[in-house]
Each structure stands twice: as C-alpha cells, then as structure tokens.
Design a protein around this ligand. Structure first.
Ligand SMILES: [Zn+2]
Length: 397
C-alpha cells in the first residue's frame, strides 16, 4: 500500500490522455518503479475516474486502475479488469462493425468465426455491448450524436429481473442474436448491475486465463510461485490461545480449491506445530473434518482443534501421506469467578437472589448439589471475556 502524491492522477480523465494517452497512468507507474511491484497485481485507485470505471492493460498483470469511490469494493469490476490482465477481451468486440463475431456456433458453418472474432472465445455468444446497443439503435434511426447521448437509456434490452435478452439485435450478417442470461451475466460483458458474484466466467474464459499464466508473455509470473508450506497457513483468522475462545473470533481459515482432511492428532500443541515438525502422532484414518475442493462456503474451511492438516493435492504431488500443523489445545481459559442467580418465584422474573462466587466456588464440583431446590442460573466468567451461562431447575431428587 502506498500513495501517489500527484495532481495529475488524483482524478484520472481518460479524455485528457491520463489513461492511455500522453499522460498515461500506466506509463507513469512503469517509469516510477517504486509504485509498481513486479511480482504482484498493482491496483491504482484514484479519487475519481472520468470516462471509464476501471481499466487494465491486456496480459500485463501490473496495471489496473479503478474508480476509487464507487467501485473499489465491486468484485465484478476487479474480476473484469483482472480478466483483461489475463488476456480476456470483452465479449462484444467489434459487435457493431463488419468484422463482428457471427451468431453460429457450428464450426462446420461457413460463417463460423467464433474462434477468431469478438472475444475469440467460443462458449460466449455473439452479443452486443448491452450498454451501447440502444444508443446505436438511436443513431441508426437518424438521431444526432448529441440527441442519442442525451437520451441514452442503458440496458434497454436486458430484463432487469431475469437477465433475459429481450432485444431484437443481429450480428453483422443479420442473424438474430442467440443470447442467454448467462451471456448477459458474463464478467467480460457490459451488462447491468446484479447481485454480487452472480457474474461468471465461462469455462473457455478460464482456460484462456490459465493459458495466459502459462504463456507468461511478459515474464511476470515466475517470481510469484510459493511454497507448499504457505498452503498450511491460514489466510485469515487466528488460533485461540484458550477454550472457550472469546466471541466473536475469526477462526483460522484456509484456501478454497483444495481437498482437506483434518486428521485427529496428538499431543499438546496449544498453537499449531511448525511446518514439517514430525513430533506428533496422527492416524490418517481418523478424519475429524473433510472439506471438498469445490466447497464454496469459504467460512467453513477452518482448522478444528485436536487435528492436523492433510491436503490431498499436496500429498499427491509429493507422493507422500503427510499431515502438518497438529493443533491440539486443551488449555481452558482461566476463570475469574461467577455468580449464582436464584429465581425466587421459580420462574424467570426479577425476583432474584444473586450470590457472587470466586473462581474456586464457581468450579466446585459440589456446587449444584449444595443448592436448595429451585430455578437457578449459573454464570462463569472467563479471563478472556467469555461468559458462560447454564440454567438448572433443581428438584428434590
Ligand atoms: Zn473491460
């Protein structure tokens, strides 16, 4: 994280050449390497952008500019720009001229060009720029440029609820578009705002991105490889020192996309073992928790207490059965004390008698036995701020 102290790039105006022209932000950061890490995606967030929302240079992972105020938190826009970095084009390239992508998906059809035109990706339909289609329609009807711009109604032909295409556009050979909601919801299309994460890449787009990483046209990806050990570190969250842990607490959470088996392990690692520490025992057959590589509830990919981590893909790559990072924590949080609340009427109301207890009294195993019959609440206060309550209704037997 750094700041560019610049009047020029405080607001990046595309029309003033500050995106691609003589004062390009991309050229500026190339010439000022302090502002550009070569082993990372670099995202530049001006105060405001004019004439664009986000931009990226094709295949160059270092360069993304995004409108700071409105869009930095938009996963759609960041995914879209990253798609450009990984060699994806818009789904509608040249849609309005004679070199357009044709509707046919049949490679035997003489007009088939889906593999070469538009975005050169065959599982995205030939489609217009949904944001501009109506604008061009108005122009074609003879409206002046100014009139069309003034009456510009975005996304006229996209049903805002179902995302069905409800236009009647054609490719440049007058074949009616064959557009599905999934085409409209493609990350590389220009389409209406929709709920987070409903925009997707197609399989072929994902393949193209993988290819871009393999091709590595600008030699940018070599230094970004990492170790197996890094996979065994939570990308967020921490291991509690004590149980019960304070709430709320972000538990140690691991990368999706891998197959995890959390294996029962032993003994005494109040914080997880170091990577490659062999001094714990485990039984590979005793799986405490399994996580599928396609798990999408990312918050659920956490490391349970009393278990070590097995990542199937790593074991497959190494040809071993290794479990790492045994976490075996039996430490209870020190108890400060507590109190016993008796509900004198035998129902939950305010007629109560409260007896404070110190840490020895509240943990006394004979505490409940020593109470008279009645309705009670027992509260235990831990040093880490956790308060546990139990309710008991004690009768004669
Ligand atoms: Zn784009």
């Amino acid at each position: 994280m750094d700041f560019i102290d610049s009047d020029t790039y405080y607001v990046i105006d595309r029309n003033a050449g500050e995106l691609y022209g003589h004062a390009s932000i991309f050229d500026y950061v190339r010439n000022n390497p302090n502002y550009r890490k070569t082993d990372a995606f670099n995202i530049y967030v001006p105060y405001e952008t004019v004439g664009f929302a986000g931009a990226a240079e094709k295949r160059k992972k270092v360069n993304i500019a995004i409108n700071g105020f409105s869009l930095i938190n938009s996963p759609t826009l960041l995914n879209h720009e990253t798609g450009h970095c990984l060699n994806l084009k818009h789904t509608f390239v040249n849609w309005h001229d004679n070199s357009c992508e044709h509707v046919t998906r049949d490679p035997a059809n003489q007009h088939y060009n889906a593999n070469k035109r538009g975005d050169s990706i065959t599982d995205t339909a030939a489609m217009p720029d949904f944001q501009r289609e109506h604008y061009w329609e108005l122009r074609d009807q003879g409206a002046t440029h100014e009139w069309a711009e003034a009456h510009y109604i975005p996304y006229k032909y996209v049903d805002p609820v179902t995302f069905e295409y409800i236009g009647y556009g054609t490719d440049c050979q007058n074949n009616s578009y064959d557009i599905l909601p999934s085409d409209i919801k493609n990350i590389m299309a220009y389409s209406p705002a929709m709920p987070q994460y409903t925009k997707k890449f197609t399989t072929a787009q994902k393949i193209r991105m993988h290819e871009a990483i393999l091709e590595d046209s600008y030699g940018e990806y070599g230094a970004a490889t990492t170790t197996f050990a890094a996979l065994y570190l939570p990308y967020k969250g921490t291991y509690p020192l004590y149980y019960p842990q304070p709430q709320p607490m972000q538990m140690p959470t691991f990368q999706p996309g891998f197959t995890y088996n959390f294996i029962e392990c032993c003994c005494n690692y109040p914080q997880p073992a170091e990577y490659d520490d062999p001094n714990f025992s485990f039984d590979a057959g005793n799986v405490v928790k399994h996580v599928d590589k396609f798990e999408t509830n990312y918050a659920s990919i956490t490391h349970p207490n009393h278990s070590a981590i097995m990542i199937s893909e790593v074991n497959l790559a190494l040809g071993e059965t290794q479990a790492q990072k045994c976490y075996d924590n039996y430490d209870g949080t020190p108890i400060l004390g507590g109190k016993v609340t008796k509900f004198n009427d035998g129902i939950f109301n305010t007629n109560v008698t409260i007896t404070p207890k110190d840490s020895t009294e509240i943990t006394d195993p004979y505490l409940i036995q020593s109470l008279d019959n009645g309705l009670y609440k027992l509260e235990t206060n831990y040093i880490n701020g956790v308060d546990e309550e139990i309710v008991i209704y004690k009768t004669g037997n």
